[in-house]
Design a protein around this ligand. Structure first.
Ligand SMILES: *Cc1c(COP(=O)(O)O)cnc(C)c1O
Length: 386
């Protein structure tokens, strides 16, 4: 194999495999998490006019100044967090590059990176690119929700830990970590002088009137947290790849150093369009959140009626379902069968973990889809019990 050994575990992804199965069998794809409707119309128009108006060359390295200002203003308004747009905000090629650039820029070979399990696959691949060593701290089921295993947290984070990667609201489980869990993470990271990479791409998809709380707002945390977000999930533009990272200048400089030679810059004409959206389109975002909460209710209730055990989703685009009451013990096998058997694709939660055992049954469904698509998917899933 020509691929270097530290990257061979990441050569193929279950998401690509399931999407391929969906195409082969004409299945509705509730595996991949992208929305199937467009973001705000004025934002789309702004991007078009940027392109036809001649904004097609390299933007400035750290991102266009007006977007950095809009990102800083947005965080000040939404979270009371103040960042200097010139030194403490960096525009990246999606949240993905913010994650990779931060880990490559901050983790020495052999240093440890702690991730919360299940974890988004990019954290593991980027840790491997940096030559870091991945350690996991699991979520544990608690009724129909999940909480952090705080004993495992205390046992895993140490002076060898360079970075802890946090993701709340959490993909794939839809968990929003409690204030106590966030405080436990903050305390242990302060005690061991650990940097927190906080992936908050679902900051605006928290339901039921709950506020989103960034760990950067806790005492002693702003100075050790890089906060990541993105236009992808905020404005339904996963193909634009406009993300950002904010934090103390020294940490952002580390990300910028790596990012500079990953992509240099990206998303030129889209950056002004996202600036417009951050400055003027938050009412659209709030409406989209209400619609999503309704879709969560629709699919959760339908899955429950079919006979799945359904976990509560407090935020994100995802719901996790337990098919054991229907006689399926293996979520991966179920996901391989579903496209052909009933014409729906999902992904197994085991794809997001190192220690499969507690997770091997669970499957993740994405619900950021049009109502008619969800309704048809539910009708197809009902045939599982025929
Ligand atoms: C979608 C997603 C990303 C990637 O965001 P991009 O801006 O498209 O790169 C990062 N983290 C999580 C948890 C995601 O679900």
């Amino acid at each position: 194999m020509p691929t270097v050994s530290r990257l061979t575990p990441y050569a193929t992804t279950i998401f690509a495999e399931m999407s391929q199965l969906a195409v082969t069998h004409g299945a509705i794809n509730l595996g991949q998490g992208f929305p199937d409707t467009d973001g705000p119309a004025s934002m789309l128009a702004a991007a078009c006019s940027q392109i036809t108006g001649g904004n097609n060359q390299y933007p400035p390295g750290p991102g266009v100044p007006l977007l950095r200002q809009a990102v800083a203003d947005h965080q000040s308004r939404c979270h009371g967090l103040d960042y200097d747009p010139d030194t403490e905000v960096l525009i990246t090629v999606g949240a993905t590059e913010a994650i990779a650039g931060s880990l490559v820029g901050l983790v020495e070979p052999g240093a440890e990176v702690v991730v919360i399990e299940p974890y988004y696959d990019a954290y593991a691949a980027a840790t491997a690119m940096a030559g870091g060593v991945r350690r996991t701290v699991p979520l544990v089921a608690d009724g129909d929700t999940f909480t952090l295993d705080r004993d495992a947290l205390a046992a895993t984070v140490s002076d060898r830990t360079a970075v802890l990667v946090l993701n709340s609201p959490h993909n794939p489980t839809g968990t929003v970590l409690s204030a106590d869990d966030l405080q436990a993470i903050a305390s242990v990271c302060i005690a061991h002088d650990v940097i927190v990479l906080s992936d908050e791409v679902y900051e605006h998809q928290v339901f039921d009137g709950r506020p989103h709380r960034s760990i950067a707002t806790l005492p002693g945390m702003r100075e050790r947290t890089l906060r990541i977000s993105s236009a992808a999930k905020t404005f339904n533009v996963t193909g634009w790849k406009v993300g950002w990272v904010s934090g103390p200048a020294e940490l952002v400089a580390a990300t910028r150093t790596a990012k500079q030679f990953m992509s240099f810059v990206g998303s030129g004409p889209f950056q002004p369009a996202v600036t417009h959206a951050l400055n003027t389109q938050m009412p659209w975002v709030h409406q989209a959140r209400e619609d999503l909460a309704r879709k969560r209710d629709l699919i959760s209730e339908a899955l429950r009626n079919i006979g799945f055990g359904v976990h509560h989703t407090a935020g994100t685009f995802f719901v996790c379902a337990d098919p054991r009451p229907l006689g399926y013990r293996d979520g991966e096998q179920l996901c391989r069968d579903l496209p052909q058997r009933v014409g729906v694709a999902a992904v197994p939660v085991s794809a997001f973990v190192d220690n499969a055992e507690p997770w091997s049954h669970l499957v993740r469904f994405a619900f950021a889809k049009r109502d008619e698509v969800l309704t048809e998917a539910v009708a197809r899933l009902q045939t599982l019990t025929d």
